[in-house]
Design a protein. Structure first.
Length: 681
């Protein structure tokens, strides 16, 4: 009998690689799948399915997509031993598959429709249902005639199918334990009445008057906490959640004749009276499939919940505003609703009263009340609401060709503020003001002008021997204020107010001027490959005009010189690799139509537009975070992302640039690895 692992052994030297030197295959009757993220010469994902005592393997260069229309190439590779299920580590240079191998997902799977492996292979078709933390539901693989070992992999249409993301929930499930959360669990409650209305660590939701209850879906069985009735329309709504199992937290609400939540209307609806307004407003997710999510940050739980709640009118997602409750409180006051709930964005879910949740009374809702807490809340609301920015000239056309107005731009910034503000917070900001739109005159402004509103946060920054007060955009009001002044794009520093000499990221600006977009893409691909190859996790976005920005988020403690020198070396490697299309020539007229690799922006008091910033150019394009594999899309252009199209992309993907803030990286090992690259060439 032939050894199915002969190929695996033949390719490896087990004295040099940490990969498992396998025992002879022993079928164990399990059905495990594992996906390795393999940063080899080319980043790819290795899908492995246990069968007949080995892991049948495919390399998937572009990874997974939950969009059934995305057909991804999967190349059948040699069978791996079962021991590989738990393998992760670095395969040294010179060895087969040199690079890092991480476990990206793992779980059970089932072969469907085609009952035996032999039959599946004979037909060249494998259908599996997988139960992972990232991959879920049915996936389909079909052998093609294109080339030996070439297959196509794609998502089947099921309840997990949807957008082009590579995980079912769109969040890191991390170490969430496998455990069942009982629907009778005591809910989390606000621990106090507070006046926290403007704090970037908090998010704010409307409080609903109704019946608080957890809800569960266990396959086809759905229901609320014990003793809460389940009217048929809600049964349907819970059954429509886009998952197998879930436990949600929320409030049952019915509206009165004036459209306001009303306890009497709710009692009648729960007693069986027909009520078109009865609905469950879900604001938290405690369990997803077999995982207990209570230990994850609230913001992640809400992002996950958002993906589960579909368009059913009876089960609704409670959205929130981040960082600043003022606009929400104002809206609640207008609607004569009593309160908002502030929740710490990073908080875990705990039963009972918690200081991580605060009830915030809406002041004007109870005129004449002498309740001390209400008075405190009212004073806080009045303080934050007093004389903030006032919009002007909303109808003025700023993009003549498109007819977009200043009001359109303000509306755009308001709609994406949740994802933009974290990238602006705590940084000195320069203004580039276009008071008459993109075709009018513009002026650059570092300092906060005299006569600016007193509520603006400003930071005193030493510049050219004097102290220059700079704008700092920490909240929505300040953002809209600077846009109202004529700022179409935004120019924050790479460093923060308290650490002006320590950038949070190193940036390589691929600036094409007259060079074709295809060249920018080729260079970006090479840059991504190079940076990943030396152990970094770079990020990519369009500049909003015609170029691309490559970001490497840095651990605290690096200087601007570190970033600049490092990226200069990176730029020189790229120029050596692609001399016909890339240059580090500083004089524009001597670049011969090549793409300029600009590493000089890594300097104190230099700025770079943040993700989501609009640009003062035709088309109203914006800086768009990209996933690296979007570069493989031949139809990609930076003009695709505009103030009109970006809000939908953000709603679909969330902040694709969040890792710029959450994934700070060490430069020193990368510098050492880059030196190896330089010596090796
Ligand atoms: Mn591989």
């Amino acid at each position: 009998m032939t050894d199915p692992l002969a190929d695996y052994r033949k390719k490896r030297d087990f004295r040099a690689t940490p990969e498992p030197d396998p025992a002879p295959p022993q079928p164990r009757g399990d059905s495990v799948f594992v996906v390795h993220r393999h940063e080899a010469r080319q980043l790819h994902y290795d899908l492995r399915l246990e069968r007949d005592g080995v892991l049948k393997s495919w390399a998937v260069p572009r990874g997974f997509s939950f969009d059934p229309a995305d057909k991804r190439l999967a190349v059948r590779t040699e069978d791996h031993p079962l021991e590989y299920e738990h393998f992760h580590g670095r395969i040294p240079k010179g060895q087969y598959g040199a690079g890092t191998m991480q476990i990206w997902d793992r779980g059970r799977y089932e072969l469907v429709k085609i009952p035996t492996w032999a039959e599946a292979m004979a037909r060249g078709e494998v259908k599996v249902v997988v139960y992972g933390r990232r991959l879920r539901g049915e996936w389909h693989m079909v052998r093609t005639q294109q080339a030996k070992n070439s297959w196509l992999l794609f998502k089947s249409k099921d309840l997990y199918a949807g957008h082009a993301r590579d995980s079912a929930l769109g969040i890191e499930l991390g170490t969430a334990p496998m455990a069942t959360v009982p629907v009778a669990t005591e809910p989390m409650r606000s621990g106090a009445v507070g006046e926290c209305t403007n704090d970037s660590a908090w998010l704010f939701e409307m409080e609903f008057a109704g019946l608080r209850t957890l809800a569960q879906k266990r396959g086809d069985a759905v229901g609320f906490a014990p003793h809460v009735p389940l009217p048929p329309p809600l049964r349907e709504g819970l059954a429509a959640l886009r998952c197998g199992d879930a436990v949600l937290d929320g409030v049952l609400v019915a509206l009165d004749a004036n459209g306001r939540p009303d306890h009497a209307a709710l009692a009648a609806a729960l007693a069986g009276a027909p009520s078109p307004s009865l609905a469950y407003y879900a604001f938290d997710l405690l369990q997803w499939e077999e995982f207990d999510l209570r230990g994850l940050p609230l913001l992640d739980r809400k992002a996950a919940l958002r993906t589960l709640v579909g368009a059913h009118p009876r089960v609704l997602f409670v959205d929130h505003v981040a960082g600043d409750a003022k606009a929400l409180l104002h809206a609640l006051r207008e609607a004569a609703l009593p309160a908002a709930i502030g929740k710490r964005a990073a908080s875990t879910y705990t039963s009972g009263a918690s200081a991580d949740w605060l009830r915030i009374d809406v002041p004007a809702a109870r005129p004449g009340s002498d309740d001390a807490a209400v008075a405190t809340a009212r004073a806080a609301a009045e303080r934050t609401a007093a004389a903030r920015w006032k919009p002007s000239n909303l109808d003025k056309v700023w993009w003549p060709a498109e007819g977009y107005t200043k009001g359109d731009l303000l509306a755009y910034y308001q709609s994406i503020a949740d994802v933009l503000l974290p990238h602006l917070r705590d940084r000195p900001l320069h203004l580039n003001r276009f008071p008459d739109g993109i075709d009018g005159k513009s002026f650059y402004q570092r300092e906060v002008k005299e006569g600016s509103p007193a509520w603006l946060r400003t930071a005193p920054i030493p510049h050219d021997g004097t102290i220059v007060p700079h704008h700092v955009v920490d909240d929505l009001d300040t953002l809209l204020h600077v846009v109202n002044l004529g700022s179409i794009d935004l120019h924050p520093w790479l460093s923060r107010v308290a650490t002006p000499d320590q950038p949070d990221w190193a940036v390589l600006d691929l600036d094409p001027k007259t060079a074709p977009w295809a060249h920018v893409v080729r260079i970006a691909r090479a840059a991504g490959r190079l940076l990943r190859g030396i152990g970094l996790r770079p990020l990519l976005k369009t500049s909003g005009k015609s170029g691309l920005h490559v970001f490497v988020p840095l651990r605290p403690g690096y200087s601007y010189d570190h970033g600049k020198l490092f990226l200069e070396a990176v730029a020189r490697v790229l120029v050596r690799e692609l001399p016909d299309i890339a240059t580090v020539e500083r004089m524009p007229d001597q670049r011969d139509g090549k793409v300029y690799l600009d590493f000089l922006q890594n300097r104190r008091s230099q700025t770079i537009v943040p993700p989501y910033s609009a640009r003062p150019v035709r088309g109203a394009s914006v800086s768009a975070p990209l996933q690296w594999d979007e570069l493989e899309d031949a139809t990609l252009t930076p003009q695709r992302f505009t103030i009109r199209s970006m809000p939908a992309r953000v709603a679909e993907h969330g902040d694709l640039f969040r890792k710029a803030l959450d994934d700070p990286q060490d430069l020193l090992p990368a510098i050492a690895a880059l030196e190896d690259v330089l010596r090796g060439r």
